[in-house]
Design a protein around this ligand. Sequence first.
Ligand code: GAR
Length: 210
Amino acid sequence: PIRVAILISGRGSNMQALAETVAAEGLPVEICTVLSNRADAAGLDWARARGLPAEALAHRDFASREAFDAALQARLDALAPDYILLAGFMRVLGADFVRHFDGRIVNIHPSLLPAFPGLHTHQQALAQGVQWHGCTVHFVTPVLDHGPIIAQGAIPVQADDTPDTLAARLLPVEHQVYTQTLRWLAQRRVRLGADGRVAVADIPHRAWAG
Ligand code: GAR
């Protein structure tokens, strides 16, 4: 099996979808930790109730971003995950951390990248007037929200959408795209190539419409 660490900051619905898919489908995936940078993340309670290893590494306990990154790196090195899956993890990881785990960090971002990196993506999409919105699963590189794209899911924008309605309609598509990515990783059918591009085996399309 592949070992995965899932990093969260809050609710953890993507983490839950990943963990439920592993259990329901018997995927060859070992979740070696669910780790939050906030001790009060609701997702940690869910993980503990499910018997998953869950822990907090509170960024507030560290004097600097570098110190937090170093502690997180040391903890993850001890667990030796094949992949680190960012699932609503709301801390920016520094370039040293990202290079250390080169090709092994995957993130889900709630927009059709390269549109709308950063925060408040649903608000950005509505302000821009785009008619399709979506989510992107990508390998993490040192440039925030700019890594090579593994898969995307899209939803049409409706005339009366608000940031909240858009987010709610996108969420199940996020779960679908991230769980499919985990299947591919477990089957070793997707990886970050030496040329910095995503390399796939027998995957005809990596796009969904919700
Ligand atoms: C998800 O919508 C995810 O795409 C987003 O946070 C939410 C977490 O929800 N991630 C980011 O904004 C990353 N910058 P969840 O905790 O229920 O998975």
